[in-house]
Design a protein around this ligand. Structure first.
Ligand code: PMP
Length: 434
């Protein structure tokens, strides 16, 4: 570990600003995947004697060296609690932690950084809105609209609320391509609707939903919209002001950051009206045995010691994304999607589940007469990491009348050669099961 130097307080203040100045971005339009791969140390290892082919970024994306270094720097030089100490280290930790919040604000284009609440991930974030907003503003006979392609984390909390309050869950159906039936959505909206909570990109199907349009439609009925951005944030450029969504939730570990980091973006006026989620230290202005007055935003929602290292890591991941040509990365992922889709479609017995016109680089598929878990296990022996199962989206499996799928999810560090290896390995699986 590097020796700890003693920066002056002026350095501490500069710490946030210095890293926030825009790094030079390569905007040549070309995507140098081999160069980008070198930023991700985990990718250069072998698994079961074969070079690792990591096709599970929708579950957790890999972390670039700069994020690892930033975490080490915090633990090695800055480790301390935030918002509490008057001492030097606490100020440094606070500066880095709040610096991460400002990076998140920029990344999603929120108006103010206090609209960005740090949580452990998407699941906690949706639960925060359920408790803070739902339990306060949704009551008996009210309705919450979700869709048939939600992740369990955007179903179960609302079911819990409905059970507690006597409210009702309404579900937008999907068509055979795995797209929302938007005409049905309009028909579901009525004067009892109190919230629309919708996935941005389906982790099980890859579908990119037209959330801007959904928000506009819901707002015509004065209904707020929560967007589950767990898969949206890694694959798209997010502008919450342009989307005009009321909440946008993301998980750091899908965005090239450590686990335990995540964000609830909420419009200030809504967050201010909401109840806190968890009570305790750091979220109060004053406490007596008679009454507690809560702190302002964002502290009201951040009781206890947060995941400081992880959130600082999220800030570093956002810096990393700012240093690459994001538009080229997104285009490249789309090319990979098209290439892998074409190659998989050539294999007899393979069926892709989720063929939406607007799709991200997540490919769910089945192979005739082979259980997805067997596909996953055989591929693992070849060093290829895919996901097999229901992807925490059992209603999607029910909709397509299948128990599970195999899922290959591509990030901008994957290559065509890796897609070829996936295809070759699936062909071998078919041979084994013949
Ligand atoms: N929503 C979607 C679309 C997801 O893909 C996931 C993670 N698979 C989640 C929510 C839950 O995120 P987390 O596990 O990070 O809380």
């Amino acid at each position: 570990m590097a020796a700890v130097t003693e920066p002056t307080l002026v350095d501490v203040e500069n710490l946030v600003e210095a890293a926030l100045t825009d790094a030079p971005v390569n905007t040549s339009g070309a995507w140098d995947v081999e160069r980008v791969r070198r930023d991700f140390p985990v990718l250069s290892q072998t698994v079961n004697g074969k070079p690792l082919v990591y096709l599970d970024s929708a579950a957790s994306a890999q972390v670039p060296q700069v994020v690892i270094d930033r975490g080490s720097k915090y633990l090695g030089e800055e480790h301390s609690n935030v918002h509490r100490g008057v001492h030097y280290l606490s100020q440094r930790a606070t500066s880095a932690y709040e610096g991460a919040r400002e990076r998140v604000r920029r990344f999603i284009n929120a108006r103010e950084s206090l609209e960005c609440i740090f949580v452990r991930g998407c699941t906690e974030g949706i639960n925060l809105v359920m408790h803070g907003y739902g339990r306060k503003f949704i009551g008996e006979g009210d309705e919450i609209i979700i869709s048939a392609m939600e992740h369990h984390s955007n179903i179960v909390p609302w079911q819990m609320l409905c059970e507690e309050k006597g409210a009702r869950l309404r579900v937008i159906p999907i068509n055979d391509r795995g797209e929302l039936q938007l005409d049905e959505f309009e028909a579901l909206l009525n004067e009892r609707t109190k919230l629309v909570s919708i996935i941005h990109i389906s982790n099980a199907l890859g579908t990119i939903n037209p959330v801007k349009e959904i928000v506009a439609t819901a707002h015509k009925h004065d209904v707020p919209v929560l967007v589950d951005g767990a898969q949206g944030a890694p694959h798209l450029t997010i502008d919450v002001q342009d989307l005009d969504c009321d909440f946008y939730i993301l998980s750091g570990h899908k965005l090239f950051a450590p686990t335990g980091s995540g964000v609830v973006y909420g419009k200030r006026e809504l967050l201010e009206r909401m109840n806190p989620f968890i009570g305790g230290g750091s979220m109060i202005r004053s406490v007596t045995f008679e009454k507690t007055i809560y702190a302002g935003l964002p502290d009201k929602f951040e009781a206890g010691t947060p995941a400081i290292a992880s959130q600082i890591g999220l800030g570093a991941a956002i810096d990393y994304l700012g240093s690459i040509d994001r538009a080229a990365a997104i285009r490249y992922e789309q090319e990979l999607l098209e290439y892998a889709t074409t190659r998989l479609n050539e294999i007899e017995g393979v069926t892709i589940i989720g063929t939406a016109h607007e799709k991200a680089s997540v490919i769910s598929f089945t192979v005739d007469d082979v259980h997805p878990h067997d596909i996953g296990t055989i591929l693992d022996a070849e060093g290829i990491a895919i996901r097999a199962g229901h992807h925490c989206a059992q209603p999607v499996m029910q909709r397509f009348q299948i128990p599970a799928t195999a899922r290959a999810s591509f990030a901008f560090y994957n290559t065509r050669e890796e897609a070829d290896k996936l295809v070759a390995a699936i062909k071998r699986v078919i041979e084994v099961f013949k």
